[in-house]
Design a protein around this ligand. Structure first.
Ligand SMILES: Nc1nc2c(c(=O)[nH]1)N=C([C@H](O)[C@H](O)COP(=O)(O)OP(=O)(O)OP(=O)(O)O)CN2
Ligand SMILES: [Zn+2]
Length: 144
């Protein structure tokens, strides 16, 4: 029987939406909340550490902490043609990306990172990324 399994994370990221007609065009930050849901069958090989688990929660944590946090946590994400280009001379934690760093596009990158590192026996079901208390984006495998 298939079970959905979810682990939640928080990280801090600054960004600027260059060209946006509003306050988000300038550099500002959010405390992002990430929810990763996988789906699979609990293993029944009870001699092993992950007996009864779809996947060890700790394995999801390792993937997100190592690969997602590395790209986003305490970083300033700017578009590669940003008008702020040059700040990297004074700020080590800038990352330039090829996309506008909206909640939607950050989510798309995060989904790609997680998919690349998930064990073969589990599928990614959905990923939720909340940017502010009342704004979030969601990705569902079934939609794509
Ligand atoms: N579709 C999107 N719209 C906006 C994004 C985004 O990533 N995708 N991002 C921003 C800003 O970066 C920032 O997140 C502000 O968003 P907003 O929800 O408008 O925040 P407010 O605090 O102003 O909203 P309140 O509802 O008044 O609290 C803008 N749009
Ligand atoms: Zn923002």
């Amino acid at each position: 029987m298939k079970i959905r399994l979810t682990k939640e994370f928080d990280f801090e990221t600054a960004h600027a939406l260059d060209g946006y007609a509003g306050k988000c065009k300038d550099i500002h930050g959010h405390s992002y909340h990430l929810r990763v849901t996988v789906i699979g069958e609990p293993k029944d090989n009870c001699g092993l550490s992950d007996c009864g688990m779809v996947v060890d929660f700790g394995d999801i944590k390792k993937i997100v902490r190592k690969f997602v946090y590395e790209e986003f946590d305490h970083r300033l994400i700017l578009r590669e043609d940003s008008r702020f280009k040059g700040l990297e001379e004074k700020n080590d934690r800038i990352r330039y990306v090829s996309y506008q760093p909206t909640c939607e596009n950050m989510l798309i990158e995060i989904v790609g990172i997680i998919k690349e590192h998930l064990p073969e026996n589990v599928d990614l079901h959905s990923v939720f990324l909340r940017e502010t208390a009342n704004s979030y984006a969601e990705w569902f495998a079934a939609d794509n």
